[in-house]
Design a protein around this ligand. Structure first.
Ligand code: PEP
Ligand code: MN
Length: 263
């Protein structure tokens, strides 16, 4: 193997008291695609906390396909996400797109997400290697498993092995779903890297109705957690409403994955 740092030794990532990977019970990361307002993110955080969740997500720097689409609330949104996480007493994760925001995101977030579009951003990966903060590294939408492994290796080689991998679907010939969720990646990446591997069935399918069945499938094949988009009013979401669960949908998801999790 070309891996030098990540050599199949099990890595357990700690976020406060929470342990991810290494045979610990799978965790749930949930929240809206984007932080849209104080009311929206605090309401979501409190509701999720009540139903059961481990980590709150919310994008503030959004990598949108169109420059005319909602770009996220930026640093103001980051502070709202922190406020919501504090109000609910749960850790938070958000995506970092640009090195210029690394210090402030490192200050406010408990986990830093590298999005699919930045998996190949080697200068960003090197910078994240200098932190101790857990990094959630999403698979590039056209990345081979080898390329994904080496992207993780970049972060680890530069000093940070606190990495969680996230399968979020890849592009294929079939456009029926937004992406093609590659669940074989879960056991393969766990074995090859020793890192925790979680699955994002929201971006992986793009279709709300598929989130619960694919969460069950992900957990059945050994995923260390799932990342799901949840919005109190998906029909009004500023991004990714079609794949977002409403709170009632989240409740149903929890019921369906109960055999796999402990909240
Ligand atoms: C997201 O998590 O909202 C996101 C943009 O995901 P991805 O990078 O997988 O497209
Ligand atoms: Mn999204």
């Amino acid at each position: 193997s070309e891996n030098k740092v990540l050599i199949r030794k099990k890595v357990v990532v700690s976020v406060g008291d929470l342990k991810i990977g290494g045979g610990h019970p799978p965790i749930i990361i949930a929240g809206p695609c984007a932080v849209e307002s104080k009311e929206q993110i605090v309401e979501t955080a409190l509701a999720l906390k009540e139903l059961g969740v481990h980590i709150l997500r919310g994008g503030v720097f959004k990598p949108r396909t169109s420059p005319y689409s909602f770009q996220g609330l930026g640093i103001e949104g980051l502070k709202l996400l922190r406020e919501a996480g504090n109000a609910a007493g749960i850790p938070i994760i958000t995506e970092l797109m640009d090195e210029k925001h690394m210090d402030i995101v490192n200050e406010y977030a408990d986990i830093i997400q590298v999005g699919s579009r930045n998996m190949y951003n080697y200068s960003l990966l090197k910078e994240l290697g200098t932190l101790e903060k857990p990094i959630l590294l999403k698979r590039g939408m056209s990345a081979t498993l080898k390329e994904w492994m080496m992207a993780a290796e970049y972060i680890a080689f530069h000093g940070n092995s606190n990495i969680i991998l996230c399968e979020r679907g890849i592009r294929s010939f079939d456009t029926y779903t937004r992406n093609t969720l590659d669940l074989a990646a879960v056991p393969i990446m766990k074995k090859e890297t020793g890192l925790p591997v979680i699955v994002d069935p929201s971006h992986g399918t793009g279709i709300r109705e598929l989130v619960t069945p694919m969460s069950r499938a992900a957990l059945a094949c050994g995923a260390d957690g799932i990342l799901v988009e949840v919005h109190p009013k998906p029909e009004y979401a500023l991004s990714d409403g079609k794949q977002s669960l409403c709170l009632e949908g989240y409740k149903e998801l929890l019921k369906q994955i109960e055999p796999f999790i402990s909240i």
